[in-house]
Design a protein around this ligand. Sequence first.
Ligand code: ARG
Length: 564
Amino acid sequence: MDYKEKIAQALANAADMPAEQIEPMIEVPTDSAMGDYAFPCFRLAKEFRKAPPMIAAGIAEKLELPECVKEAKVVGAYINFYLDNARIIRDVLVDVTEKGEAFGSVDIGHGRNVCIDYSSINIAKPFHIGHLSTTVIGSSLYKIYKFLGYNPIGINHLGDWGTQFGKLITAYKMWGRRQDIEDNSISAMLALYVRFHDEAEKDESLNDTAREWFKKIEDGDAEALEIFNWFKEVTLKEVKVIYDMLGVEFDSYDGESFYNNKMQPIIDELRDKDMLEESDGAYVVRLGEEIPPCIILKTDGATLYSTRDLAAAFYRKKTYDFYKCLYVVAYQQDLHFKQWFKVVELMGYEWAKDLEHVSFGMVSLEGATLSTRKGNVVFLQDVLEKAVEKTRAIIDEKSPDLQNKDDVAKVVGVGAVVFDALSTARIKDSTFSFERVLNFDGETGPYVQYTHARCKSLLRRADFDYKNHEKDYSAIDNKEAFAIAKLLLGFGETVQRACEKSEPYLVTKHIIEIAKAMNRFYFEHRIISDDKAATAARLMVADCVSGVIKMGLGLLGVGAPERM
Ligand code: ARG
């Protein structure tokens, strides 16, 4: 159903040129009065040695229109093509119906593994609103890759290494209570951590104790490891609640500590390749004029975050033989990734080009609408819970008779937050506001979900087997249905583009457009009437729209309730 391709073929025959050369020249006019596609002849002037309008007329004369085209008109140097709308609408609807959940998917990723490093939280640290983007962008990319036939591997590269764990154990041994940590998990650990810093200002020796504890973790001391692993367990148990709310999953939780015993071979290789240079007692790899050197070993011989990332990349290459390895991490770490990617490149590995930093901007909170539990951190769980609570209140007001109000409030409330986080280009900073994300009339998750539910309600209300009923497609030969058909047709291409650019928001925008087009159609045309054949055709539109919206929401990690 590639109309452009068909038009290119027809033009190619008429102009006696290869279709591959013609196709990229075909344009989509901004004003649809000028047709759905246009072929400008300016660039052919040299070859044909004629004035462009004459070339256009000449080609048009010989043109055999493909079936999808109703009319071709020559306007100046352009040949404008008008698609046969009724036919296209029908083709698209039939295609969506036949393909179902596979509509728009192509198996371009077959046999290709893609590692996606996302969420990657830090143990014993709050899961705050700043982690929202990495979690939902990563999870959406995971679903998009899967949709396109790839085999994605979701990795939560836990921040579970560093001297702060020595501090935490010290604080726990001095002031902590087991029960408190079991009950309040991250908050309790955070409080201990804060206390450690306060007390260490007064008593320097605490830092020595912390260093000793960290050393014990490194050396595999039983008690140190027991506490350290318990901190991990408690943290993961708490964040699991959030992951469950968001419907986010991982295939691996191998974090920084996992790579402790996997760095040496890489350090050796760097040394063998003469890439390691001493600098004030530390060891670095120089990266040229533009990029500051990448530190591999600190003065005390300790490794760094980047050393572990290097080891992780080699491990992933070996384990998954990835086609691509993505890192969904905020732009504050742009330099970090640039540096160690460059190290891999300089080591001579061509797969360095397959490492991709999927960078994103900051989310800040509008006003002080949320009380913070401790310090100035806004816990993501609080944001999600508040969104659900507010949604529940809206439902009580708008649809008092709805069943399963609590379930719907969860899907809509959480969905609204996720949808919003995926609605702008990644790199933009954004401000979160409950008023905006929960606005049922804005370009929001609830708006799109509501459109889906409205389609479902039409199908329920009509209550007849439209699929097996004869359809009068002339009832949907109108510009509103045509706009819908074009958007449905472009869905798959949009998903592919979202994948190529690692930009889930392209899918978000696309389904917003579908929802808007559906609402325009609904506003202009009565869907259910006494004319069964016409009703069947219009219900088919509603059914296809709800199906594609649901798929799109699914790719974002947002649910689509049947009723709202
Ligand atoms: N834990 C890190 C942070 O919160 C993010 C880790 C990202 N992944 C990676 N492989 N570096 O800043």
